[in-house]
Design a protein around this ligand. Structure first.
Ligand code: AMP
Ligand code: GLY
Length: 413
């Protein structure tokens, strides 16, 4: 098989790495990929990013399967376009991708199908939103309707903070259109978990649970980032929590997908909050998480390509998805200044010495690895338990350095 993977982050490096282990696969292309995907066994980078160009390539190269990493192309309808040309692709349709692409669509979907989620209101004009926050309970959560690169959520402690957020979102238009409409919702207290699942439209099959570490500083302090590290399984996801999740969130989600006639063969990522009053759904993502993928895939025993093919053939009920025993941890090394301003083009030492690296903001220039993004890479470790996985991930990180390299020291601790 020839497989095309779309994306350029650490998640896509992990996906290419896992796909390369499939005996069914001869060749992988990663478009556009990064300095790490290019050196994965069987894999080459492909410098194409536009959907028409990718369709051309997939047709001419006789690509057997395309796997989409990020949400961008999914919400632009890449799956519908590939399918209309008879090309095999794994991911939700444009309409189904609205479950991530529009917070208003996804909250209304949750409400319609009785999925437990925070109470909310939606607004398309600033005056009514401002009126609402005069009398609401604080803290309150304000969310931009559209995609905002993980930055579209503001937790506001009082009226001043909320009116500033509304002004930024709806008037200053800091998210270039994505914040014109907003969701204002109840603040939930609890611990978060990320549950990746796969669906063929007939069933949803959960992966092992995981936990992101979103804030930049140790102890969960400072601004949110794309994620600074992850562990799997998530220690808070007890059997009781998972039962609650499956009954009150996962099963009604499947009913909703079926009743709305959504063409959904792909990953559903459930961002949940485990509270004293049970499990709530915070959000759907229609793709795998980053960095959750870099912790989850190293524990997957099954062949990823077989799993995806079974989903596309709507035979997931027959698939025996298997996981390794033990735990996994990945730690992100970021550029100094991230998630705000940071330099790029800095030399990375030691990448060749560690086998447990997934590159993200890494490019190769004249034979040398250099930084090209905020989150530069992750190192991961797998162990019999969480402590040994954490220790292994940090031990692998010690082999790597670049000027100003920053990482949290408390992932999984
Ligand atoms: P989302 O993009 O909806 O997952 O929101 C991003 C982050 O904001 C989540 O991972 C939570 O940490 C936080 N968040 C979102 N909604 C809520 C809520 N209703 N209550 C508390 N925290 C929230
Ligand atoms: N780690 C959270 C996300 O991928 O959205």
């Amino acid at each position: 098989m020839k497989v095309l993977v779309i994306g350029s982050g650490g998640r896509e490096h992990a996906i290419c790495w896992k796909i390369s282990q499939s005996s069914k696969v001869d060749k992988i292309f990663c478009a556009p990929g990064n300095g790490g995907t290019d050196i994965v066994d069987k894999c080459s980078n492909l410098n194409i990013t536009d959907i028409d160009g990718l369709i051309d390539f997939a047709s001419k190269e006789n690509i057997d399967l395309t796997v989409v990493g990020p949400e961008g192309p999914l919400t632009e309808g890449i799956v519908d376009k590939f399918k209309s040309k008879g090309l095999k692709i794994f991911g939700p349709s444009l309409k189904a991708a609205q479950l991530e692409g529009s917070k208003i669509y996804s909250k209304d979907f949750m409400k319609k199908y009785g999925i437990k989620t925070a109470e909310y209101c939606t607004f398309d004009d600033k005056d009514s939103a401002l009126k609402y926050i005069e009398n609401c309970r604080y803290p309150v959560v304000i969310k931009a309707d559209g995609l905002a690169a993980g930055k579209g959520v503001s937790i506001c402690q009082n009226y001043e903070e909320a009116s500033t957020a509304l002004n930024d979102f709806m008037v200053k238009d800091v998210f270039k259109g994505a914040g014109k409409n907003v969701v204002i919702e109840e603040f939930l207290e609890g611990v978060e978990a990320s549950i990746l699942t796969i669906t063929d439209g007939n069933i949803i099959l959960p992966f092992i649970s995981s936990k992101d570490h979103k804030q930049i500083y140790d102890g969960g302090l400072g601004p949110n980032t794309g994620g600074m590290g992850a562990i799997a399984p998530n220690p808070y996801c007890t059997e009781e929590v998972l039962k609650d999740f499956e009954k009150n969130i996962m099963e009604p989600t499947l009913r909703g997908i079926q009743q709305e006639n959504l063409d959904y063969v792909g990953i559903i990522f459930f961002g949940i909050m485990i509270t004293k009053k049970g499990v709530y759904l915070l959000e759907y993502n229609v793709r795998m998480g980053d960095p959750e993928t870099q912790a989850v895939l190293p524990l997957m025993k099954s062949d990823f390509v077989e799993l995806v093919e079974n989903a596309i053939d709507r035979k997931l009920d027959k698939f025996n998805l298997q996981w390794k025993e033990g735990a996994s941890c990945c730690v992100v090394a970021a550029s100094k200044g991230y998630p705000l301003k940071y330099d790029t083009g800095l030399k990375i030492e030691g990448m060749e010495k560690s086998s447990n690296v997934f590159a993200a903001g890494v490019k190769k220039e004249n034979g040398q690895f250099k930084t090209s993004g905020g989150r530069v890479l992750v190192t991961y470790g797998v162990g019999n338990d969480l402590n040994s996985a954490v220790e292994a991930a940090y031990c692998n990180l010690k082999k790597i350095s670049f000027p100003g390299m920053y990482f949290r020291t408390d992932i999984g601790k």
